[in-house]
Design a protein around this ligand. Structure first.
Ligand code: MD3
Ligand code: FE
Length: 203
């Protein structure tokens, strides 16, 4: 259940399966206070993935660019606090992958509907790129693509399924990655959706 995906990247298959129900209930609580929204890209498009977040900082995108913000721009209020079970899962996952002292201050919550995708990109808006990113997948499976340190490096694909946790650190922290369009499906806990949580040390 534990596989090396790339240098510094570990997949913990089904690591979060038992907690999934609780995690989904907490996501719904967060979304009551900070609803899912499709953000604008700096290039003037609208993302197909709907997002919200919790923690001290939230990732935002608009015409001005990508950044972390202490306030939800939609409400001008702070993001909902990160629920303890989410924080604990993130720390436990990082520890399991060999990263101790992980203190995420941001949890980005992505919601994919059928057809939603994420183009190849790097995550580089965080202030300390030495900290890993922990990703938790829930609901429908997704074809995940990851490449290397350059956009043109060869890509590998892997299926991220309900309960899978991936920890990205070290050399892989800046690797290009993306998600192929979500296929139609019906998951007993999430229906037509896939959720992905990413825990980050943003500030
Ligand atoms: C590889 N999310 O929110 S999670 C993102 O499934 C994002 O929603 C995807 O990419 C999703 O930025 C993928 C897996 C992931 C997360 C962070 C990474 C892979 C990563 C950072 C570096 C390299
Ligand atoms: Fe990413």
């Amino acid at each position: 259940w534990r596989e090396a995906l790339a240098e510094g990247a570990v997949i913990l298959r089904r690591f979060a399966t038992r907690e999934a129900c609780v995690l989904l209930a907490l996501i719904a609580e967060v979304a009551k206070q900070a609803p899912f929204r499709r953000m604008a890209t700096p290039g003037g498009h609208t993302m197909s993935v709907a997002m919200t977040g919790c923690g001290e900082r939230g990732w935002v995108s608009d015409a001005r660019g990508y950044r972390y913000s202490r306030l939800d721009p939609q409400s001008a209020l702070p993001w909902p606090p990160m629920p303890k079970p989410l924080l604990q899962l993130a720390k436990r996952s990082a520890g399991e992958a060999g990263y101790t002292g992980f203190h995420p201050d941001a949890c980005l919550i992505n919601r994919y509907e059928p057809g939603a995708k994420m183009s190849l990109h790097q995550d580089r808006d965080e202030s300390d790129l030495r900290a890993p990113i922990v990703s938790v997948s829930l609901g429908l499976p997704a074809r995940f693509l990851f490449g290397g340190a350059t956009r043109t490096a060869p890509t590998q694909r892997c299926l991220l399924e309900h309960g899978d946790v991936v920890v990205w650190g070290g050399a892989s922290r800046l690797f290009y990655h993306g998600v192929q369009p979500l296929r139609l499906g019906n998951h007993p806990l999430t229906g037509a959706y896939r959720y992905n949580l990413t825990f980050r040390e943003a500030g």
